[in-house]
Design a protein around this ligand. Structure first.
Ligand code: GUN
Ligand code: FE
Length: 452
């Protein structure tokens, strides 16, 4: 179907696309013309040989014809990444979360008081993320307003869709005195100014997100104040929730209820609230999150180091909870989201089969826990879009054209196309498991080509 035929056509991409509109469904759009308007929105997806496609190509400012071994995919949506931790990516995963924060992470994040340092990091990080196919990122910044605005500006400059959050943290025990908001009021005021500063950029790609770090790092007054600020300003929220035994237990000890319930009591669990990790969520928590339309950022690699458990992805999906995928840089020691898809599948297999061979096989694992690569890719794309409430994650009319192209036969990463052997299902699986930046030949965000 053709939509908005009068709108100017900016780009037509001609070739074959894969996407996963549901967790069960890989759809191949074979030999199509994806027609993108000046507004960055997909107008139509037409048979490439149709007269309408030919007409669209004639009207377009640019036409990109994919090679026989290239495939178009919807852009990846990283629903949980700590931008300042980019500098320690790949290091420091030898101690538990509470010590990791105080010994490695807070000292690094404190350095972003230096805005010049922050700008240097962002100018390297954002383009690298784009080269990995991450077209949308939900960022934790630091407590610093300058570094946070600079992160939003870097996303605008490089053309990445982003939700950028100044981190709120003021707790006398849960934070060091050299890296915290002075008190709840100054933290709430700083977050309010940060929301305004990001909105003042006036760029539709980048939005603020209110970001209490997690309950152990925040006073009750800060949690409540940030919940009020979210409601007053109509801003999304992100925080960590029930990530580890320690964090999960902290909520029961301090609030006498689960982390989810406590965060909700402060007004922080709303439509599109991103709750990172969630490994220890109960069915009651999941049902509450699902009913509100909030969701979980599943960070499978990071969870192996910090979470003490595997997030029950299949259970969450079957209960109707929105789930996106997160790199959790640098708890997750890889910048790309395709590897996280593989980690999500692998973690689900460990959960289903169990891990301790001294136990009898029928008592070792959690039955019906496995997910496949299509479900994982769905979570990394449409799942994240649904969680955030944005029209993205599939190649379909009315969705923003956030997409990337993989050359399936560049023969550098191990991703290879074997004629007469690889069908679409196999090729898709190979892409998700093997493709890296060396295989990604183009990336678009909102119709703008940001990697060529
Ligand atoms: N909980 C609070 N802060 C963090 C963080 O930076 N990373 C992770 N993985 N968990 C957290
Ligand atoms: Fe995190």
């Amino acid at each position: 179907m053709v939509q908005g035929v009068d709108a100017a056509v900016s780009t037509v991409v001609v070739g074959t696309a894969y996407h996963a509109p549901t967790a069960r469904e890989l759809e191949t759009l074979r030999d199509v013309a994806v027609v993108v308007g000046d507004d960055g929105v997909i107008q139509s997806v037409l048979p490439a040989s149709s007269a309408d496609a030919t007409a669209a190509v004639e009207r377009a400012s640019s036409t990109v014809r994919l090679g026989a071994h290239e495939r178009l995919l919807p852009g990846l949506i990283d629903t949980h990444i700590h931008a300042p931790q980019w500098v320690q990516l790949g290091t420091g995963l030898d101690i538990p979360l509470d010590r990791w924060l105080f010994e490695y992470t807070f000292p690094l994040e404190a350095r972003y008081a230096d805005e010049g340092f922050a700008r240097q990091v962002w100018s390297r990080m954002v383009p690298t993320m784009l080269r990995h196919g991450t077209t949308t990122a939900v960022y934790y910044s630091t407590i610093h307003e300058g570094a946070t605005t600079a992160l939003a500006e870097a996303c605008v400059e490089h053309g990445q869709r982003a939700f950028v959050g100044r981190v709120g943290m003021d707790h006398a025990q849960g934070t060091p005195e050299w890296y915290r908001d002075r008190d709840a009021t100054s933290g709430i005021d700083a977050s309010a100014r940060s929301v305004d500063a990001i909105r003042a950029l006036g760029n539709q790609l980048v939005e603020p997100i209110i970001t209490p770090r997690f309950a152990p790092a925040c006073s009750d007054d800060l949690l409540r104040g940030l919940g009020d600020l979210a409601r007053a300003t109509g801003t999304r929220v992100q925080t960590h929730c029930s990530e580890s035994d320690w964090e999960h237990g902290h909520a029961f000890e301090r609030f006498g209820m689960s982390d989810t319930r406590a965060l909700d009591s402060f007004g922080l669990v709303n439509r599109s609230t991103v709750l990172a990790h969630g490994d220890h969520l109960t069915d009651a928590d999941l049902d509450m999150i699902g009913a509100v339309g909030a969701g979980v950022a599943h960070c499978p690699l990071s969870n192996a180091y910090f979470a003490n458990a595997v997030f029950p992805l299949r259970r969450a999906l079957s209960r109707g909870v929105h789930v996106g995928l997160g790199s959790d840089v640098s708890g997750g020691a890889h910048p790309g989201l395709l590897p996280q898809c593989t980690h999500a599948v692998t973690a689900s297999r460990y959960l289903e089969d169990g891990v301790d061979a001294t136990l009898p096989a029928d008592r070792r694992g959690v039955p019906d826990s496995r997910v496949d690569i299509v479900a994982a890719f769905h979570v990394a794309t449409k799942g994240g879009a649904d969680l955030l409430g944005i029209n993205a994650g599939v190649i379909a009319p009315g969705n923003v054209f956030d997409a990337f192209v993989v050359d399936c036969d560049a023969r550098t990463s191990g991703l290879e196309f074997w004629e007469g052997i690889d069908d679409d299902e196999r090729l898709f699986e190979k892409i998700v498991r093997l493709a890296g930046p060396e295989d990604i030949t183009s990336v678009w965000v909102s119709g703008r080509r940001v990697v060529v």
